[in-house]
Write a protein that binds this ligand. Structure first.
Ligand SMILES: [Zn+2]
Length: 299
């Protein structure tokens, strides 16, 4: 009996020690990045998946329970999650992770955000006052945020600090070498004009020097109208447009309508991890996005 009890104690210890840390992330891209660095040392959770629009998430009790257990939180920030994250943080009342606390990482604070509006007016739609928060589609940003995550993991779990730093160094080396290949490959896209649904692909286009000349949304967060779409159709008659892009969680209808009217290809870019079956990590995300965009260009 004694032996059995000892076994139970050991088994419980092993079970609870399997993961040193609990990390709550808002989006799949930050879950994936954290896992590249933490490997088996953390249980990493993503509040959303690729089929969801992260601007609009319900502050469900399950999310509150998850964030209450977290040692660390990683989100995009720049108000992307403003509709739900502050609420679940408040309701969770955790001592470890809270708004303004050291263990809450907002990616946007570590990169240069683009498309910062010069004026804030509700009449302009659901604008992001601190610049565009969809920043993970530029791999240089992901590298900057990765360093912050590696340092924070090392601080919270100093015993495994060298492990996290080594994993980040490996990830960073691989990413830097891939970036060179992708940039070379994507030269054919440089200067191309494109139309997107919402400005959630801007960092990808900005990185590869692709020009967004219009959005299917007349204003951020406002669904396409027939008037706005017919104006876009006029633009397609005056300018050469390479493709129309939208994300997996967005309606295909406006893109398909414009595609049919103009003859320009409409493509669904993965946007994040799990956005299509080829995209299982950050490397796939950039690779697959570039492949899909290149497929639209005439050879
Ligand atoms: Zn947005």
């Amino acid at each position: 009996m004694k032996k059995f009890i000892l076994f139970l104690i050991m088994a419980t210890l092993v079970a609870t020690q399997a993961f040193a840390l609990n990390v709550f992330t808002c989006e799949p891209e930050w879950k994936s990045l954290t896992e590249e660095i933490s490997k088996d040392k953390a249980d990493v959770y993503s509040a959303t998946n690729a089929t969801q629009d992260v601007h609009y998430i319900q502050a469900k009790p399950s999310l509150i329970a998850k964030i209450r257990k977290a040692d660390m939180v990683v989100c995009s920030g720049a108000d992307l999650e403003i509709g739900w994250l502050p609420l679940i943080l408040r309701k969770a009342g955790s001592a470890k992770v809270q708004e303004g606390g050291a263990n809450l990482i907002y990616a946007a604070q570590y990169v240069q955000t683009i498309e910062k509006p010069t004026r804030i007016d509700r009449a302009d739609g659901d604008v992001h006052p601190n610049g565009n928060p969809h920043l993970h589609l530029n791999p240089y940003n992901v590298l900057k945020v990765g360093k912050v995550i590696a340092d924070k993991l090392s601080e919270i779990d100093s015993e495994n600090g060298a492990f996290y730093q080594k994993n980040f160094a490996d990830f960073s080396a691989k990413m830097n070498s891939q970036i060179k290949t992708w940039e070379q490959k994507a030269l054919a896209l440089k200067g191309a004009n494109v139309i997107t649904n919402h400005k959630n692909m801007s960092y990808l286009f900005d990185w590869l020097k692709i020009k967004t000349i219009g959005t299917l949304e007349p204003k951020p967060g406002i669904p396409a109208t027939s008037k706005h779409l017919s104006e876009l159709k006029d633009i397609t008659e005056q300018k050469r447009i390479a493709f129309i892009a939208y994300a997996p969680f967005e309606s295909s209808k406006p893109a398909e309508w414009l595609s049919k009217e103009s003859g320009i290809k409409a493509i669904v870019l993965p946007y994040t991890i799990g956005g299509n079956k080829e995209t299982n990590n950050l490397f796939d995300l950039y690779q697959n996005s570039i492949d899909l965009m290149l497929n639209t260009t005439d050879k």
